[in-house]
Write a protein that binds this ligand. Structure first.
Ligand SMILES: Nc1ncnc2c1ncn2[C@@H]1O[C@H](COP(=O)(O)OP(=O)(O)OP(=O)(O)O)[C@@H](O)[C@H]1O
Length: 260
């Protein structure tokens, strides 16, 4: 089985700053990864490379079997679904939720023609329903709450039926009920056989949905630990990652931690 994502000795340097240092990482088809680390650890940089929006300074990256630098990235991008705050900023304020989802089929934001294919619209309606956003179709994106926005963004990310889904802090800014609802939906989705390979960035242990299988812990651009979630998400690895004495608790599939 070839890896969906393969980083080999990847470093990213900007001026004198090393955003990523010698990161090697392999994400396989049925895996659901969490990427976790403190502010500035390099998580977004990692995701920008995985989404083919940024090239590493050194090292090689293979996405969906294609080596970055040796392939037309425009052809690869529909196979990668991304939901991030950066992407949300590209959606026009007055864009309706339905249009924000359908337009992903054309790899762009903004309604660019009067009538979408019926097929595309049906798919967008189904995805919005699956993510609990059926009542939001004709609402302008800017008027949506943070939780509603995240669900529309996820539906958008899935519009092209991607093989790889990248979620950058989908639960950021949600209240407790909103977070729990989204985490439950992500858990169900992660368990589904039709779901693509998933990578989700988060700062918070409470946001790790059930059925996520692997974790990468990053600090200052370096991998502290990576591997299967249960073995890798240990108190000691988290203490190193966040440079803080911690007490880690697990209840069923959910995690939380406190400073000691
Ligand atoms: N173009 C750039 N030039 C210099 N430094 C940069 C550049 N882009 C990012 N950085 C720095 O690289 C580091 C990693 O940034 P990155 O956004 O990947 O971290 P992050 O883990 O996603 O952080 P956060 O959790 O706060 O979103 C940060 O210290 C950031 O200030």
């Amino acid at each position: 089985m070839s890896a969906v994502l393969q980083f080999s000795d990847v470093s990213v340097t900007r001026g004198r700053q090393q955003l990523l240092r010698n990161v090697s990482w392999s994400v396989n088809e049925d895996e659901r990864w969490i990427v976790m680390g403190p502010n500035g650890a390099g998580k977004s940089t990692l995701m920008r490379i995985a989404s083919t929006k940024m090239f590493p300074t050194t090292g090689t990256v293979t996405v969906l079997g294609e080596r970055m630098g040796a392939v037309n990235l425009a052809e690869l991008r529909p196979s990668i679904g991304v939901a991030s705050a950066a992407l949300a900023r590209e959606i026009r304020e007055d864009e309706k939720a339905l249009d924000a989802v359908v337009s992903a089929a054309y790899g762009m934001s903004g309604r660019w023609r009067e009538l979408y294919d019926r097929e595309d619209e049906r798919r967008a309606l189904r995805l919005l329903a699956e993510w609990g956003a059926s009542t939001l179709l004709s609402r302008s994106f800017v008027t949506l709450s943070e939780g509603e926005r995240q669900r529309v963004l996820i539906a958008r990310a899935l519009m092209t039926d991607p093989e790889l889904m990248l979620l950058d802090e989908p639960a950021a800014g949600l209240d407790l009920a909103g977070r729990e609802e989204l985490v439950a939906r992500l858990a169900d989705f992660a368990a589904s056989e039709v779901a693509p390979t998933m990578v989700m960035v988060t700062h918070h242990l409470e946001e790790i949905p059930a059925h996520f299988t692997h974790v990468m812990l990053l600090r200052a651009g370096q991998v502290v630990a990576q591997g299967p979630l249960e073995q890798t998400l240990t108190q000691s690895n988290l203490e190193t990652t966040f440079n803080l004495p911690l007490e880690l608790h697990r209840t069923g599939a959910r995690y939380t931690a406190f400073a000691r």
